[in-house]
Design a binder for this molecule. Structure first.
Ligand code: Y12
Ligand code: CO
Length: 171
């Protein structure tokens, strides 16, 4: 089932999501629906709050070298915690909740991620490159933060002006 994706400036995007406590069939169905929603929107990452569910869950499906998203590469990440962040890297990020806007954002280059899978099993993952960036982008959503919240004052002003114009043109 496709879920509606909420977009900026929806106030729910500012919510701090709460830990998942039950790793049950309801959670599994929700994660399956998130995956269908993300793929049908050409996304590579989606946090639960983007479909108006304030729980600490996110999914990622990083494309391979040919740009294909293999379902076997899906990562379901629940109650994540970052350890050992190292280095800095900049990447032009986009977000399904801020459609049509892309900005250079600085992130940690590599990190260790501790999280639970859909069954509640504890997992550890070493991430770098695009995976590391995507994890940080999606984890920001769990704390009510968007990539545009990382912009400088002047870049944010410019974004708001362009966004206002884009909304007007959509009407
Ligand atoms: C690096 C940087 C950011 C992330 C977070 C995940 N972001 C996305 O999955 C963004 C998807 C996206 C898809 C769009 O739609 C199409 O390309 C057809 C899009 O375009 C428009 O909205 C017009 C924008 C963003 C992971 C890794
Ligand atoms: Co996003």
């Amino acid at each position: 089932m496709l879920l509606p994706i909420i977009t900026y400036p929806h106030k729910l995007l500012k919510s701090v999501s709460t830990d998942v406590a039950m790793f049950d069939t309801q959670l599994h169905t929700f994660l399956d629906n998130m995956y269908e929603t993300m793929i049908s929107s050409n996304g590579i990452g989606l946090a639960a709050i983007q479909v108006a569910m304030p729980i600490r869950a996110l999914i990622l499906c990083i494309p391979d070298e040919e740009g294909n998203q293999d379902p076997s590469n899906i990562l379901e990440i629940i109650n994540p915690r970052i350890a050992n962040p190292i280095g800095k890297t900049t990447y032009q990020e986009g977000c399904l909740s801020v459609p049509g806007f892309y900005e250079d954002i600085e992130r940690y280059e590599a990190l260790t991620l501790h999280y639970h899978d859909r069954h509640g099993k504890e997992c550890v993952l070493e991430a770098n490159e695009l995976l590391s960036i995507a994890i940080q982008h999606e984890m920001d959503h769990l704390d009510g933060k968007l990539f545009i919240d990382h912009l400088s004052y002047s870049r944010r002003k410019k974004f708001e002006k362009e966004h206002k114009k884009a909304l007007k043109e959509k009407k």
